[in-house]
Structure formats: C-alpha cells, structure tokens
Design a protein around this ligand. Structure first.
Ligand SMILES: C[S@@+](CC[C@H](N)C(=O)[O-])C[C@H]1O[C@@H](n2cnc3c(N)ncnc32)[C@H](O)[C@@H]1O
Length: 324
C-alpha cells in the first residue's frame, strides 16, 4: 500500500478517536453482524476454547467485538489478535477490547509466526492491502484452520453508497463554498478593523451566492443525509453564521470553516480509497488464486445481501488450509 493511503487511514482514525464517534458507512448493516455471529458460533462450538483468531484491518474492532460476544455467550474464549495499518485504530481497539493483542502493520507484511492462527478474518480490511496479503494470511494460518473475509464488492450496495458520498463531497468542494465564505468573513473583519472597503465586502458577498446555490444543488440531488449529514449541517451552519455575522468571532468562524473543509477532504479521500479497494470478479479471482497457492481450498465466492431493500453488498470469501 502506498504511504498516502496509510496516512489517510491514520488521519481518519485519529479524527474518529478525538470525536468519539464512528461514522462507518454501510458497515452497521445487520446482515454483516448476522454473518459474523453465525461464523464465530461455528468456531466457538468446534474449537477447544483456546482458539487463536486474527482480525485483519480491524479498524475500531467491529468484528472483534462480535467474536468476543459469541465466545462469552458460549463460555468459550478466543485469543484474538487485531492488526491494522493505523496506529490510531490500534489505540481505539485496545482501549475498547483490552484482552486482545494488537499489531500495527500492513496486512501484506504480518510480523507474526507461520501457522499461528486457527482463523483469519477480515471485514473490508484485507483488500486495502496489496495482493501479498493473501500470501501472508495463508502463511499465518495453521493447517486445518480457516479464513473468512467479507470484501468490498465493486458496483455493490456499499460501493454505490461510497460513490454517491464521494460525488456529493466533491460537489461541495467544487462549489468553492467554504473558501468563499472564509473570504467574506475576512472582508467583514477587515471592514470592522478599518483595513477593508465596503466594495470588497460586497464583492465577496456576491461571489459567495453562486457557491451557496451550487451547494444547494448538491443537497437537492443527493438529499440531506448525504455525507453522514455533514453537507447539510455545514450548509445550515453557514446560513446561520451569515445571518448573524456580527455575533461571531471572525477568527473562530474561519478556523471552523477550515476544519470542516479538511474533514470533508479526508472523507472524500476515504470514499475514494474504498472505491479503489473494491473487487470485481477478476480481482477476486486473483485473491482466490493467491490463497490457493498458499495451501488453501477456497470456496466458490458468494455475495452477501445488504440494505433495505436487500442488494448484493459484499463478497464472502471462505477457505480452509489443507491439513498436512
Ligand atoms: C473500511 S475499514 C474496516 C474496519 C473494520 N474491519 C470494520 O469492519 O469496521 C478498513 C480498515 O483497514 C485498515 N487498513 C487499510 N489498509 C491496510 C493495510 N494495508 N493493512 C492493514 N490494515 C489496513 C484501515 O486502517 C481500516 O481500519
């Protein structure tokens, strides 16, 4: 993976950690939860309670949390290792799941011994890494052990949701609304301090109007919920501050606008990286072949239906390492 992608994830998880909320697009679907509950239940009953599990691209531990709950309910225990390329994600997961071992590394270079795990799992994680991650997953799996990966499906439900969000956030960026609003506030401040002119302020005001209209167009096209509601919230905040301009401290408004712009840019980047990571049948075949070359028997891939109404949303890739 390139270092820009790794940095984008680090920024995302760092921001998430500071905000204390996880706005995970698509990943809250009950079908994902049901899938993992069924998978871990089968592991918990089949194994002896000392089962080693690796969660690749663990994020804040959505899958790990489900493994722990199944183990608890069955009076079993999984020895879980969480791996993620982001240090901030690792901090989040260890804060919430103190019993897990955590490793900050890329999935294509796992600093753990051969044949160490009984199960290697991943939910929308491993496909962000290069294909060598398949070799690594096979290497760290013990003979007889299994893999279960839910992977981004190109043109599937989550993919489309990401694309719509990416397009909307790009639309807001292209509208230039935040830089135009910052300019207006700067001119208002200059005027107040006797440095600026009425003309310059009015020009900045006129320049803002088409940008706001373009933003309204994005909201009309995609709805108020787009971008997790951030687009509409930003629109409403701009309108409020515009109406009561003198009630706000200009430096604080400018700092707010710059922060929102950075948050939208980061989100846009993350949507793009999800779109890039998604697999069509050809790309999925490449993963299957690499796993098979690593000694796994890989099932025919299936598709997991997500959303309401249900639509194909993720690939299911399952396999077992051939026993010696
Ligand atoms: C879409 S999130 C999924 C997180 C989690 N599995 C979930 O379902 O909520 C993708 C995760 O993969 C991680 N990631 C991206 N590239 C990676 C790589 N090369 N190796 C390991 N993890 C990676 C990101 O930091 C992020 O936590």
């Amino acid at each position: 993976m390139n270092s820009t992608d790794a940095q984008a994830w680090e920024d995302y998880w760092e921001r998430t950690r500071r905000a204390g909320v996880v706005p995970e697009i698509g990943a809250r679907d009950p079908a994902l939860r049901d899938y993992w509950l069924a998978f871990f239940t089968s592991c918990a009953f089949a194994d002896d309670g000392r089962t080693r599990l690796l969660d690749l691209g663990c994020g804040h531990g959505a899958v790990t949390a489900l493994a722990e709950s199944v183990a608890r309910n069955n009076l079993r225990h999984f020895r879980i290792t969480c791996l993620d390329v982001s240090e901030a994600a690792i901090d989040l997961v260890t804060a919430q799941h103190p019993a897990v071992a955590a490793v900050c590394a890329s999935a294509d270079d796992i600093p753990l011994p051969d044949a160490f795990f009984d199960h290697v799992v991943s939910q929308f994680g491993i496909e962000y890494a290069p294909l060598e991650a398949a070799d690594e997953a096979a290497r760290v799996l013990r003979p007889g052990g299994s893999i279960a990966f839910l992977m981004h499906l190109k043109n599937g439900a989550i993919w489309e949701e990401c694309r719509t969000n990416r397009d909307a956030l790009e639309g807001v960026h292209d509208s230039g609304v935040l830089p135009a609003f910052i300019r207006l506030i700067e001119e208002a401040l200059a005027l107040r301090q006797g440095r600026g002119t009425r003309d310059a302020f009015e020009q900045a005001d006129r320049d803002l109007a088409p940008c706001v209209q373009a933003m309204e167009g994005v909201i009309r096209e995609h709805g108020k919920e787009i971008g997790g509601g951030l687009v509409f919230r930003t629109y409403a905040d701009i309108a409020h501050m515009y109406r009561k301009m003198n009630a706000f401290e200009p430096a604080e408004v400018i700092a707010w606008a710059e922060k929102v712009e950075a948050a939208m840019a980061a989100w846009r980047e993350r949507m793009q990286s999800m779109l890039d990571a998604a697999l069509d049948e050809t790309a999925l075949t490449a993963w299957r072949e690499r796993l098979a070359a690593g000694g796994l028997t890989v099932d025919e891939p299936a598709r997991l239906a997500l959303g309401e109404p249900a639509r194909d949303g993720a690939w299911i890739l399952r396999g077992k390492k051939v026993s010696r």
